[in-house]
Write a protein that binds this ligand. Structure first.
Ligand code: PLP
Length: 461
């Protein structure tokens, strides 16, 4: 299809409210023309001007099987021709939905029981909050409702999930967070540790702080803790050693549920199928989205563990139907897309690829960046990684935010044909390429990023 670029750009500027975009700069043209993305194949996308870009961020850490997978497109098309839609209310289902749910319950970590579907990570976390509240109401603990999340955690942008998100710029001017959501310290050793404190000591301190917070709020008032196995949007930060073990001991002690937000880490990104398996996390509830369909269709889920589900089933005679659901819960096209994507994840062993190619990628990042004078930390796991830039390595001093170092480096990478994300918190360049990436491809990503970093470094020092 040939498109009229000028006309599309004009229509877009006049009518699309773009997420995470400076509205005035976009409206006045200061941000330049919108990028019209037209096609994609493997780890690359192409815009309407014919420019090819390596997508070093898999869209928004989601196109794990890569672009242009005809198997998935065919599964979607087949289902659309067969039955484009039916709801899953009142015990209706489709074959694809039942098969997918059975698969997810079996493959998910911990003792899982049922799967509730939504369309986005945000709405799935909204569901998780309601499940926590429902569970504790049914257990006769009507005050056990507060949910603790971490500073710099990211759990979405809706009202409850946006409150769980622990970065103030997601709250400002939007009347968030809600009072039911409380934040605790970020598990980032580089910025948070005291002088000489080991990772294990730092983790133990974070766990003690959580313990104190729960005591202060009253254990009978705290229902759940939500965390990403690896902090994602808050800076792609793997947990310090011993963190999850220490945190889980505190949660167990106070009978607080653990929600693992696996929206990014689910389906292979860390090198394990789930981040929970990678770090020995035993969740009561699991949130999935993104990699579930590799973003070929909007689909998310809250996976409900046996412990929570049992209380829900036992309470049913008392409260009647489970009164929560969306028109599109368990959408058959989404389920067909997910089954086709999971076939690829399993057949091509994408967690294994993320582990092997990921180890090579992490080594590349360390080798090329760790010693540069503007680099404070290089970190990551599997096929997710980040470089954090600082003005002063010895004193861990950040750059003046007005220099926009992260954004400039990301722009320089873009000019060289690579999408690597300027993470919203600090001067951080983030990577999360599709999980099908080869060693040659991640080497190309690292090489282009190095050229971009060096060009901005030359302007700074
Ligand atoms: N949870 C995590 C860990 C995420 O990274 C995201 C999105 O980036 C979300 C939840 C929200 O998902 P969505 O943007 O689909 O609402």
């Amino acid at each position: 299809m040939t498109i009229n670029i000028k006309e599309i750009a004009e229509k877009d500027r006049n009518s699309v409210l773009h997420p995470f975009t400076q509205l005035k700069d976009f409206a006045t043209g200061k941000l330049g023309e919108p990028t019209i993305v037209e096609t994609g194949k493997g780890i690359r996308i192409q815009d309407a001007l014919g420019n090819q870009l390596i997508d070093g961020f898999a869209g928004l850490y989601c196109v794990n099987v890569g672009y242009g997978r005809t198997e998935v497109a065919e599964a979607i098309s087949r289902q659309a021709f067969r039955l484009a839609y039916y709801h899953s209310y009142a015990a209706h289902t489709t074959d694809e939905l039942a098969i997918l749910s059975d698969r997810l319950v079996k493959m998910a970590p911990g003792k899982m029981s049922k799967v509730f579907y939504g369309m986005s990570g945000s709405d799935a976390n909204e569901t998780q909050a309601k499940l926590v509240w429902y569970y504790n109401n049914l257990r006769g603990k009507p005050n056990k409702k507060k949910i603790i999340s971490r500073e710099r955690g990211y759990h979405g942008c809706s009202v409850v999930s946006g409150s769980m998100t622990g970065m103030s710029f997601y709250h400002d001017h939007m009347d968030l967070p809600l009072p039911q959501i409380v934040h605790t310290g970020v598990p980032h050793h580089y910025w948070g540790a005291n002088a000489g404190e080991t990772e294990v000591e730092f983790s133990a301190r974070r766990a003690q702080e959580l313990d104190k917070l729960i005591q202060r709020l009253g254990p009978d008032n705290v229902g759940a803790f939500i965390g990403e196995p690896v902090l994602g949007t808050g800076g792609i930060t793997p947990p310090p050693e011993g963190y999850w073990q220490a945190i889980q001991a505190v949660l167990k002690k106070h009978d607080v549920l653990l929600i693992a937000d696996e929206v990014i880490t689910g389906f292979g990104r860390t090198g394990s199928m789930f981040g929970s398996q990678h770090y020995g996390i035993e969740p009561d509830l699991i949130t999935i989205a993104k990699g579930l369909t590799s973003a070929y269709f909007p689909l998310s889920a809250a996976i409900v563990g046996e412990k929570v589900y049992k209380v829900m089933e036992d309470g049913a005679d008392k409260v009647g139907a489970f009164s929560h659901g969306y028109t599109y819960s368990g959408h058959p096209i989404g389920a067909a897309a997910a089954n086709a994507v999971l076939d690829i994840v399993e057949k091509e062993d994408l967690p294994g690829n993320a582990r092997d190619v990921g180890a090579f990628f992490q080594a590349q990042l360390k080798e090329r960046f760790a010693q540069l004078p503007i680099v404070g930390e290089v970190r990551g796991v599997g096929l997710m990684g980040a470089i954090e830039f600082v003005a002063d390595r010895d004193n861990k001093k950040r750059f003046d935010p007005t220099l926009k170092v992260g954004a400039r480096i990301s722009k320089a990478a873009r000019e060289r044909g690579l999408i690597a994300r300027a993470m919203p918190h600090g001067d951080i360049l983030g990577f999360a390429p599709p999980l099908i990436a080869t060693k040659a491809e991640v080497e190309e990503i690292a090489a282009i990023a190095e050229s971009a970093v060096r060009s901005v470094m030359d302007e700074l020092v």
